[in-house]
Ligand binder design. Structure first.
Ligand code: ADP
Ligand code: ZN
Length: 442
């Protein structure tokens, strides 16, 4: 039985907000059902789009008698937020809304979500529990390099101050200054996208700063897919523990799920977010353990409740009790977003597979770009990858051998032959937020 009063060193008191992480499943499910019923009724009574869809399917909030009944409810999708822009999905009057965020999103109108005071408290609660799960405590100093503004990353992690952490709201950009702060301010935790952290590491190396000499202990990385191989690279290069955090604007922002010290999947804060995994083609609910599209339902959000939101993220749910004692189910690494899937000559390829293949070759730097073109009706995939500075002056023959090893690794993992081009260190564009690794020119 989990000891949820103390951190797993047995001595450090656990942040009190973390108690729901350890409740027995039946108790959790009872709470979820109750909250689900309230949430469905709230959406039904206040959101015409949801009510209309329920009426089409002839379901009412009274039909939700068990958690399994959730499958009777209609899905919601990203375009619902666009089509009802800006406030069509709000279930609270603007009087009660104290914050608006928007998805950093793609083209056209952003998607806009709202938070009541209570919603902000929920966010604070899940971020606090996220940080507690990796051992962050009062007294830690957080360098928050997620972008501030309408993007949820910055103000999301900023909630760390509620547990007594010293938050430095650095935001994105001005990497030189970031490095100075990391050197000077006794920073113990950093949060940003994994790709931006790699950039910070490169720039630090240029000015001779070795991260192993800093007090920095933990990295909280998310907002974009990254691989286990990338984690290894980051941990080796910096001497910190790199943890995965997951979230999306539509649901609340970062803090929907977070890894614990076991580093084997991200615990979903199930008392606030109800997860399902469905077959992305048929929408049929899959049993835990099977891979499919993650669907999330908010269980406590007042301003913009989401019922069965299709995240497009591909993962699976693990219900085994974790080594850390948490009973919360885990989503296993979100390796891909179904929108990011490339179809190359009829074969499905995810950028994360390319990343995993490249990272098997030591000489490859963790900076790459995937370019897809079509010539004479044939798809071609070219990978530009930076070589590590130590290899920049290798002989042509050695370079050829490296190239070959990379394209073989890619073919082993994806069954696709790709052209690999080695490029000089620091020649590919860097991002301060989410990396854009694919150029599909078809
Ligand atoms: P946008 O939709 O504009 O990218 P968000 O910041 O809301 O804005 O992005 C949320 C999405 O980012 C998720 O649906 C998911 O695809 C991706 N994401 C967030 N965290 C992770 C993570 N830890 N691993 C993989 N993908 C992630
Ligand atoms: Zn755990």
């Amino acid at each position: 039985m989990a000891n949820f009063e103390f951190w797993n060193d047995g001595n450090t008191p656990l942040h009190p907000a973390s108690a729901p992480d350890f409740v027995p499943r039946p108790q959790m499910e009872q709470m979820q059902l109750h909250r689900l019923q309230v949430m469905v009724r709230r959406a039904y009574e206040n959101v015409p789009l949801f009510r209309g869809r329920c009426e089409e399917r002839k379901v009412t909030p009274d039909d939700v008698k068990s958690l399994a009944d959730i499958a009777r409810l209609p899905f919601s999708v990203k375009s619902d937020l666009r089509d009802t822009y800006p406030y069509g999905l709000f279930a609270s009057p603007l009087d009660d809304v104290v914050r608006i965020h928007a998805s950093s999103g793609t083209t056209g109108k952003p998607i806009v979500v709202g938070y009541t005071k209570g919603d902000l408290e929920v966010w604070e609660n899940v971020i606090t529990r996220s940080l507690a799960a990796i051992g962050v405590r009062r007294g830690d100093v957080l360098h928050n390099a997620y972008g501030y503004g309408m993007f949820t990353g910055g103000l999301g992690l900023h909630n760390a101050q509620a547990m007594g952490v010293t938050v430095i709201p650095v935001g994105g950009g001005n990497t030189e200054r970031q490095i100075m702060l990391l050197r000077d301010l006794g920073i113990t935790v950093i949060s940003c996208t994994p790709s931006y952290f790699l950039h910070i590491l490169d720039e630090a190396a240029k000015v001779g700063l070795d991260f192993h000499s800093l007090p920095l202990k933990y990295g909280i990385f998310g907002a974009e897919p990254w691989t286990e191989e990338m984690r290894q690279r980051i941990e080796e290069a910096s001497g910190i523990k790199a943890y995965d955090i997951y979230g999306l604007t539509e649901i609340i922002g970062p803090g929907v799920a977070m890894e614990c010290t076991a580093q084997s999947g991200m615990h979903i804060f199930e008392d606030h977010f109800y997860p399902e995994v469905v077959d992305p083609e048929t929408g049929e609910v899959l049993p835990d353990g099977e891979t499919g599209e993650l669907i999330l339902t908010t269980l406590s959000k007042a301003a913009t409740p989401m019922i069965r939101y299709r995240t497009r993220d591909i993962t699976w749910l693990n219900r085994e009790v974790c080594a850390c004692g948490r009973t919360l189910r885990r989503i296993m690494r979100v390796s891909a977003r179904s929108d990011d899937m490339l179809i190359i000559r009829g074969v499905n390829v995810f950028p994360s597979q390319i990343e995993a293949a490249l990272m098997q070759v030591d000489a490859a730097a963790p900076h790459y770009q995937i370019i897809v073109t079509r010539e004479n009706d044939l798809d071609r995939m070219e990978i530009e990858v930076e070589i590590r500075p130590e290899h920049a002056s290798d002989e042509i023959k050695q370079m050829e051998a490296l190239r070959l090893r990379m394209s073989q690794a890619i073919e082993r993992i994806t069954n696709i032959r790709a052209k690999v081009t080695l490029v000089q260190p620091n020649s590919l564009a860097r991002s301060e937020g989410k990396a854009k690794r694919v150029k599909d020119l078809r």
